[in-house]
Design a protein around this ligand. Sequence first.
Ligand code: NAP
Ligand code: G4F
Length: 341
Amino acid sequence: MKTALITGVTGQDGSYLAELLLKRGYRVYGLNRRKALAGMDNLKNVLNNNNFEMVEGDLSEESRLNAIIRDLQPNEIYNLAAQTFVPYSWTNPLYTCNINCLGVLRILEAIRIYSPGSRFYQASSSEIFGKTKEKSQNEMTYHYPRSPYGCSKSFGFNIARNYRESYGLFVCNGILFNHESERRGLEFVTRKITHTLAEIELGLSEKLILGNLNARRDWGYAPDYVKAMWMIMHHKKPDDYIVSTGEDHTIRDFAELAFKAVGIDIRWEGEGLNEKGLAGNKVLVEVSKKYYRPAEVDILKGNASKARKILGWKPETTFEEMIKRMVEHDVDLLKRSNGEN
Ligand code: NAP
Ligand code: G4F
């Protein structure tokens, strides 16, 4: 039986990947750090599976990572754990780099010394491209990160590639563009929109307060993207791949479609801080500088033609379908927690 270790298993991608690997007959070990409260919602589909096991550990703890990798000798290691929220990386840059830079290196060293036969996947990010001038970004696009998070992911990408080239290890980077789902954290803009909208719909919230509405992102659906991770790890040659849809949309586009999905018509007025979404006379969307960033990534749009050509991967879920699923999920979730269903 094949074995895989997933770091970040409690997160959006880790939980979908665990489900995918269990379905494909793997024994899956999920790295889990201690929390005051259990927060295992994403893993409800896998916790009772006999082929799934949690192992305690943290990306900051080198000796523990060494022991886990030495003892398990996993066939595949997917490093999805990270400090993932871009604004937090300005307030906590050293912590972000400890986990997102040194954390990657700790695992690579553990593989090099104790388990050189393990295949390794590093969760790289389109944030490495930051202030790019390229209309769409591919594997060769230069890195110009705009946040400590982006810088940390650039290091993670480069050190992973360097271990492949220096030691001949089977090491891959998936450079994934933004991907969302019903399991996305509430602080990220897409889920913030769909969850607040569900609150507005049920009368639990008055309005949605957002930052920069004009940033453009290439948004895909997380379950489609974890399939790409597996395909990257199963190509005969280890390599780096962009995973994206090739479409970009503004935050405003996302909000408008989300409102449409619950049948509320929003109109936008004015620019910048005076920008408001109106339904009847009611203000539903406001812009606050509180959510502006010290340096913004204005536009990201990926060119995944290498993944399409070499791996045969392509996105399956449209932007509209994804938004509809997220909105319906959040309305249903809040109805259930309100005892309405
Ligand atoms: P997520 O939902 O925020 O999950 C992050 C995971 O990392 C959680 O399981 C978290 O555990 C774990 N983690 C954080 N710090 C840790 C530490 N010190 N030790 C061990 N585990 C730790 O993130 P995601 O959206 O699934 O993203 C997965 C990976 O892909 C990340 O590396 C992210 O940077 C990268 N990425 C994401 C996107 C995207 O759009 N989603 C795009 C490109 C790249 P807790 O539950 O304990 O907090
Ligand atoms: O949803 P976001 O916080 O995601 P961001 O910064 O693009 O990062 C995500 O995608 C990366 C891949 O490119 C991952 F590597 C990273 O881990 C994370 O998953 O913000 C998206 C955009 C930004 O331009 C932000 O300024 O939305 C804008 N925005 C506008 N109002 C907002 C808000 N972002 C948040 N979080 N909250 C707002 O109220």
